[in-house]
Every structure is written in structure tokens, then in C-alpha cells.
Design a binder for this molecule. Sequence first.
Ligand SMILES: [Zn+2]
Length: 68
Amino acid sequence: MAKMFKNIIAPVQVWLLSQGKCVGCSQPLEKGAKLARQDGTQKITCKCKRVYILDKGGKYRRAGINEA
Ligand SMILES: [Zn+2]
């Protein structure tokens, strides 16, 4: 089951991310724990433990498995 959905990004998740919100719990990522990374981006860890990257353009994306 999980594999089936792995490569599908639901439109609602894209929308939440575009609003700077966690796709899991809808909390603003502004409130997450921030950690500056060497490449100038920021790693954001949400309260629900999902991990995001804030890129230099100010856009959020889910962190890859090697970035978490
Ligand atoms: Zn969350």
C-alpha cells in the first residue's frame, strides 16, 4: 500500500507546502525547529517529526532521505 502512494504527491500536500504548512499536521513550518545547513538552506523539523528543507528562494519542500 505505502509503495503505491510513494511517488504520488497529493495536490493538497503541494498546496499546503506552498502555504508554508506541514503536509502532515498543517502547522505553519515557521513554528518548526530550524537548522541552518552548509549550502545556505534551512532544515525545518515539524512538531510531528516531518522534515523539510527551506531553500534559498524561500520555498519549502520535503527533505530527501539523505537530508533528514
Ligand atoms: Zn507537521
